[in-house]
Design a binder for this molecule. Structure first.
Ligand code: KG4
Ligand code: ZN
Length: 339
């Protein structure tokens, strides 16, 4: 009997569903919520409402695309947290209802663990290189920045984390200062390609061990722009590419300095990226350069699997299903949920 898992993701502003059969991706549907753009960030109340509207059509589409009927499912996996509570409630309630109606097991998934386990997702039409254990993983998203040692599918240790903002927030908030729409990370990346990364210098924080901090950079960037605008009201427009390139270079160096330190401390030379910021082209370049210098084997998920998606929830659900780790129907989502 094949193991067929439906994954449901609703932790922030993407409503997503995916089907994985025996570890192979059959479908992966994401409905982005455009409604937040004009507010310059995610509005929790609006996100919950949009999830409520999207969840049934998104799940229907995922099943149809996979050629799977709901009665064929072995289990339903959902994001329990971390995330926005109102958003999580929509996905978890739907998953519980489906599990109850179909009399199939329910599997709760940690969103952060799922970002990492997406590296083990197989595709029907191509070979994917999969990291051997143990490996280092830099998890960089809009809400999280963590360095981990991944010892097994469900055995991970956090060895460094941000003490304030996440790397994605540093991108998004600085982009907002430049008048760019939310989420600004991909736009900064795009403008940075045309800019000079050495045009401006921003100081990097001195944080102990393998931890990170981004709030100082965010504030320094804000004050820098504010002061320049006093002298020249067109400063941003005329220097956007250089500003983006210099900001991106600083964020990437902060991220990779600690990754390099983690490698030197642990001697683990398999390095994976995960989370939305792992789509950043400056980060790719720097990681590839470090890989050549240190002999790293590098694993970078494709963009559709690095930003929020349900394929990562389904594959994590698959490993938990195999391990017999099921959830009871009394389970409730948690805004904060450590790995
Ligand atoms: O993992 P994700 O989709 O959602 C969270 O769990 O937070 O990550 C979203 C974050 C946003 O901050 C977005 O600006 C950032 O990932 N991001 C990027 C790029 N693509 C997405 N940041 C920099 N460069 C990119 N190319
Ligand atoms: Zn995420």
């Amino acid at each position: 009997m094949p193991v067929i898992i439906l994954g449901i993701e609703s932790s922030c502003d993407d409503t997503a569903a995916a089907v994985v059969q025996d570890g192979i991706l059959l479908s992966n549907i994401v409905a982005n919520q455009e409604v937040h753009r004009k507010y310059g960030g995610v509005v929790p109340e609006l996100a919950s409402r949009a999830h409520q509207q999207n969840i049934v059509p998104v799940v229907d589409q995922a099943l149809k695309m996979a050629g799977i009927k709901s009665e064929d499912l072995s289990a339903v996996a959902f994001t329990r947290g971390p995330g926005l509570l109102g958003s999580l409630l929509v996905g978890s309630s739907f998953a519980k209802g489906l599990a109850l109606a179909r009399e199939i097991p329910l599997v709760e998934v940690n969103h952060l663990q799922a970002h990492i386990l997406v590296h083990f997702l197989k595709q029907p039409d191509r070979d994917i290189s999969i990291p051997a254990f143990p490996f280092l993983c830099l998890l960089v998203s809009g809400g999280h920045t963590q360095l981990m040692i991944v010892r097994d599918y469900l055995d991970m240790e956090i060895i460094g984390k941000t003490i304030d903002d996440a790397a994605g927030e540093a991108f998004d908030k600085s982009a907002k200062v430049m008048g760019l729409p939310y989420p600004g990370g991909p736009l900064v990346d795009r403008y940075a390609r045309e800019g000079n990364a050495d045009a401006y210098a921003f100081t990097k924080p001195l944080i102990k061990d393998l931890d990170y901090s981004f709030s100082g950079l965010k504030t320094a960037f804000l004050y820098f722009i504010r002061d320049r605008l006093k002298e020249d009201k067109d400063f941003i427009e005329q220097n956007r590419n250089d500003l983006c390139a210099s900001l991106q270079k600083t964020i990437v160096e902060i991220l990779t300095d600690k990754l390099e330190k983690a490698f030197l401390q642990t001697s683990i030379n398999r390095v994976a990226l995960a989370g939305g910021v792992s789509a950043n082209s400056g980060l790719h370049e720097r990681i590839k350069w470090l890989a050549q210098n240190h002999g790293w084997e590098v694993f970078i998920p494709e963009i559709s699997l690095s930003t929020d998606n349900a394929a990562m929830i389904a594959i994590t659900g698959y490993f938990k299903f195999l391990a017999g780790k099921f959830a009871g129907l009394h389970i409730s989502p948690l805004a904060r949920l450590p790995i």
